[in-house]
Design a protein around this ligand. Sequence first.
Ligand code: AMP
Length: 279
Amino acid sequence: MKIIKDIKEMQNLSKNLKKDKSIGFVATMGFLHEGHLSLAHQAKEQNDVVVMSIFVNPLQFAEGEDFNTYPRDRKRDEKLAEEAGVDILFFPSPEEMYPENFQTHINVEKLTQVLEGASRPLFFKGVTTVVCKLFNAVKPIRAYFGEKDAQQLIVIKKMVEDLNMDVEIVPMPIIREYDELAMSSRNKYLNPEERKSAVSLYKALKKAKQMIDDKIFDTKIIIQNMEKIISSYPFTHIDYISINHISNLKSLKYIEIGKTLISLAVFVGKTRLIDNIWI
Ligand code: AMP
C-alpha cells in the first residue's frame, strides 16, 4: 500500500492511473472500523484501484466540538486499510489542504438547513468543501459513502449533480455492532454505562419501523413513541428526532413508504450519536 501526503503527488498518480484503470474512493476521518472497511471492500470489488483518504477535516468542526480529541491511530489505520485491500492511502495534513489564505467554499443551500445542518450550522459547508477537494486530488470514477450519515450522502449527491462532477456516488448500508449500535469512531468516547444506553437509538428506530408495519403513519405519534424509548435510558439527551422526505428532506406529517428517512441525534453523556433508517 502506498501512502501519499502531498496533493500534487496524488493528482499526478491518479492522472496516470486513470488512463487505463478505474479508481474507487473512500473518504474517512480515520480511526477505522468495519463500517469504513465495508466501503473499501465494495470499492475493491468494483474498481481496479482503491484510494482511501484519512483526514480529520477542521473545517467541519465548530468551536467547542471534538476536533482536537477526535480519535486518531495512524498505525492501526494503515494496517486495517492495507488488509482491506486499499492500494493508496491519502493522508494530507491540514496545512496541505488549507494553506494560508484559503478562501473558497462549497455550500449546498437548502438541504443543509435541517437535521444535522440545523444542529451543526458549519458542518456541511466543511464536508462539501473537503469532499470536492478530495475528489479533485483523487479523481475517482466511483466514491463510496455510508448511509450512516444519510444527510451527508444526500448533500454530496446534490453537490455532484449541481456541479456536474464526473463521479458516481455509491451508497453503502450501515454496519452495526453485535447489539445493533451503528459503528462509529465516536463510540470510543462512551464509558461502559453510556455504551449500554447507546443502544436506545436503534431501539427507537426499530419501534418506528414496527409502528409503520402496524399501519401507524402519523409521524407525530411515531416520534412521541421514539422519544419515550430514548428517555427511558440513563445519560441520554435527545438533540432531534425527525421524519423527512428522502429527496428534499422536507418534514413529513405522514410516512410515505419508500420515500421516508427517520433520523435522530442523541447525546449519550457528552457523546453525540446519530442513526437512521430509510422506510
Ligand atoms: P467518517 O470517518 O465518520 O467521516 O466516515 C467515513 C465514511 O464511512 C462515511 O461515508 C460514513 O458514512 C461511512 N461510515 C461511517 N460509519 C459507518 C457505518 N457504521 N456503516 C457504514 N458506513 C459508515
